[in-house]
Design a protein around this ligand. Structure first.
Ligand code: BG6
Ligand code: MG
Length: 219
């Protein structure tokens, strides 16, 4: 039976991809590295340190560990400053409605995000109260596609994986959900999240009615 829902944050509750893009672009320009929206797509769902490694590999750059950490921190400072512009108007359409509906119906709801800034983002959106459990980039060491963040969230909700549905917009996020034995809903195109149990193009289509219709006997 489905008793809990675990939501990724970036790309599911709100769209921070553009802010991440701008921050990585600023750092890359300063460093003389190539960075574009296509490369930014590859960073969807993965941790900050994995992200900078993807960018450096793409640019065939190698630096000391300390230098890499300091550049990732620099990008993060730019990103965090840009979060101040985020308001409760910045939910992806449909996300707030679904969270409200799940609370009304008494489901357990958790966050399962790779971001170390998840709490700040939730505060900007005024969304913290929707979540019983917050799992973020500080909760586990192994990031997606490892299932650890979702297993952490399920354990805190005191639910087994097969009682939970994970919402994800990233290919590696769906990989993580599957690796942990969770049901999954993908938000985005077939080529990115087509391996989820159920897929919607946008959160707007992801109503509880549609989810219950699809998963049927599990409710
Ligand atoms: C994920 C984003 O939610 O968080 C990634 O999809 C990002 O693009 C990752 O790299 C880590 O975020 P942060 O806020 O810890 O740098
Ligand atoms: Mg995401």
């Amino acid at each position: 039976m489905i008793k809990g829902f675990i939501f990724d944050l970036d790309g599911v509750i709100t769209d921070t991809a553009e802010l991440h893009y701008e921050a990585w672009k600023k750092l890359s320009d300063e460093m003389g590295w190539h960075f574009d929206r296509e490369l930014n797509e590859q960073l969807r769902g993965i941790s900050r340190m994995d992200s900078i490694k993807v960018i450096m590999d793409h640019n065939k750059v190698s630096l000391t560990d300390d230098a890499v950490v300091s550049l990732a921190t620099k990008k993060n400072d730019i990103y965090v400053a840009s979060l101040d512009t985020m308001t409760p108007d910045d939910y992806l359409p449909g996300a707030r409605e679904l969270l409200t509906h799940l609370r009304t119906e008494g489901f357990s709801v958790a966050l399962g995000s790779a971001s170390k800034n998840a709490i700040k983002v939730l505060e900007q959106l005024n969304a913290t109260h929707y979540f019983d459990v917050i799992g973020d980039g500080n909760s586990v060491t192994q990031s997606k596609p490892a299932p650890d963040i979702f297993l952490f969230a399920a354990e805190k909700m005191k639910l087994p994986a097969n009682n939970c549905i994970v919402f994800e917009d990233a290919e590696k996020g769906i990989d993580a959900a599957k690796a942990g034995g969770f049901y999954s809903v993908g938000i985005g195109p077939e080529e990115r999240v087509g391996h989820a149990n159920l897929r919607f193009d946008t959160m707007k289509q992801a109503t509880l009615f549609e989810i219950k219709s699809f998963f049927g006997d599990l409710f």
